[in-house]
Ligand binder design. Structure first.
Ligand SMILES: [Cu+2]
Length: 463
């Protein structure tokens, strides 16, 4: 049995396990195989060599998995890597045993072994799957893909495009992935940021469209740490879902759409650019704008535009938490460079910040670094929870709760939209609330993967 902290350490233990029987469930249910393996991809412009990547089925992104709402996702995960791995199905209100967190919900799958994932997808929407062992390395090397759960009756659109956004840190000479995944600077500052930005593994993705065509864009931020600030040009758009969950009312995209690591947004967009022009998904960065993806307009889909879109149908069992009855919890996020963390508990021992740094651990929740044997809280099933989150650091953090969606409790006491990942900025005090209706042990961590690898990880138990 790996310890709760064991999965942060990863590879050495995993290699030692290779070849031993019984490390993962060996009998296969005859499901389609999803294999993690090495491959290469032309990420950088064609004047550069191909980049060695790790991909599901050798692809960047991995194959898009599609299932009807309420259907089962069944995949036999085969680990073709030299390092233990697992698959997490981000945002799915999943059976805990299928959540893919080594040391918490399963053992990491050793090289050469398989693990059968088999679960119901109760909610329609845009989800994704990614490696959850040594994520700071495995996701950065390319182990991610889209998981699309289709509505029984989808919206009135002409077609849809899934756009997975990522940034890669490549050697500018060789175009190979920088293998220093745990540099002190990345761990203690904003995380591992890249120097090549891609959409669906392409630096210059171009998707042909027609004037007045209506598309659904499923946006997924698969980056380790990058926050994307997105805008539209040549489209009129509405946000219809966040983190998979439909908004009650579509919201016109008038300004930027912010996507933290792990977050998703579904947009319905109408092509308003003229035939022969190009519409864009734009990325704002350092007061400049760049093309994230180009949509050259060729032809006319319809003489006139449709009326504004309707809301997507709501997902089931999403009652509002009763705040008056809720159990109150608090999460103080501390540490990092230029922070105020003098000391914290690591593996049961009090350590100074300098000692923590020697262990490559820079962040703490409520004075404790990383995973512990006991959960942040044990909550009776069905109980409402309100959780205050204080970002007492100088960096943004994207806090992801596994297994359940939450709503932000806004200043005026009303609820924000359902989400599974909350983007917080320096000094902010935020509050989320949810009904703890999914039994099991659920990870709660920063999705800036360098931060998760250096202390920003805890868990909740729903009994
Ligand atoms: Cu963080």
């Amino acid at each position: 049995m790996t310890t709760r902290r064991g999965f942060l350490l990863g590879a050495t233990g995993a290699l030692a396990m290779a070849g031993l029987p019984g490390g993962a469930r060996s009998q296969s249910g005859g499901f389609p195989v999803l294999q993690a393996r090495q491959a290469s991809a032309q990420l950088a412009p064609s004047s550069y060599p191909k980049t060695d990547i790790w991909g599901y089925d050798g692809l960047i992104p991995g194959p898009a998995l599609r299932v009807r709402q309420g259907g089962r996702v069944q995949r036999s995960f085969h680990n073709g890597l030299q390092q233990a791995s697992s698959v997490h199905w981000h945002g799915i209100r999943i059976d805990n045993a299928m959540d893919g967190v080594p040391g918490l919900t399963q053992e990491a799958v050793p090289p050469g072994a398989t693990f059968d994932y088999d679960f119901v997808a109760p909610d329609a929407g845009t989800y994704w799957y990614h490696a959850h062992n040594r994520s700071v390395e495995q996701v950065a090397r390319g182990l991610y893909g889209a998981l699309i759960v289709e509505e029984a009756a989808g919206p009135d659109i002409d077609r849809e495009e899934t756009l997975i956004l990522d940034d890669w840190r490549l050697n500018p000479e060789t175009a190979q992935i920088d293998p220093d995944f745990t540099s002190f600077h990345d761990l203690s500052h904003a995380g591992r940021l890249g120097n090549l930005i891609t959409t669906n593994g392409q630096h210059d993705l171009s998707v042909g469209v027609r004037k007045n065509e209506r598309l659904r864009l499923r946006l997924i931020n698969a980056a380790n740490a990058k926050i994307f600030a997105l805008a539209l040009s040549g489209f009129e758009g509405w946000t219809v879902a966040l983190d998979g969950m439909p908004l009650k009312t579509p919201e016109p995209v008038s300004d930027v759409v912010l996507l933290g690591p792990g977050q998703r947004a579904d947009l319905i967009v109408d092509v308003t650019a003229e035939d022969g022009e190009t519409a864009y998904l734009l990325r704002a960065e350092n007061e400049q704008v760049f093309s994230q993806a180009a949509f050259p307009v060729g032809g006319v889909a319809a003489a006139a535009r449709r009326p504004a879109p309707d809301a997507l149908p709501p997902n089931p069992n999403m009652q509002f938490p009763d705040l008056a009855e809720a159990e109150r919890l608090r999460l103080n996020m501390e540490g990092g460079a230029m922070g105020r963390l003098d000391a914290a508990i690591l593996d049961g021992n009090r350590k100074t910040f300098r000692q923590l740094a020697d262990s490559r651990q820079f962040w703490a929740f409520n004075g404790t670094v990383g995973m512990t044997d006991t959960p942040l809280a044990e909550i009776a099933r069905g109980r409402a929870v309100r959780l205050e989150i204080v970002n007492d650091t100088v960096f943004p953090h994207a806090m992801h709760l596994h297994g359940m969606h939450f709503r932000e409790v806004l200043e005026d006491g009303t609820f924000g939209p359902l989400r599974d990942t909350l983007l917080t900025f320096r000094g902010e005090r935020r509050e989320i609330a949810f009904v703890a209706d999914n039994p099991g042990d659920w990870l709660f961590h920063c999705h800036m993967l360098s931060h998760a690898a250096s202390g920003m990880m805890t868990w909740l138990r729903v009994t």
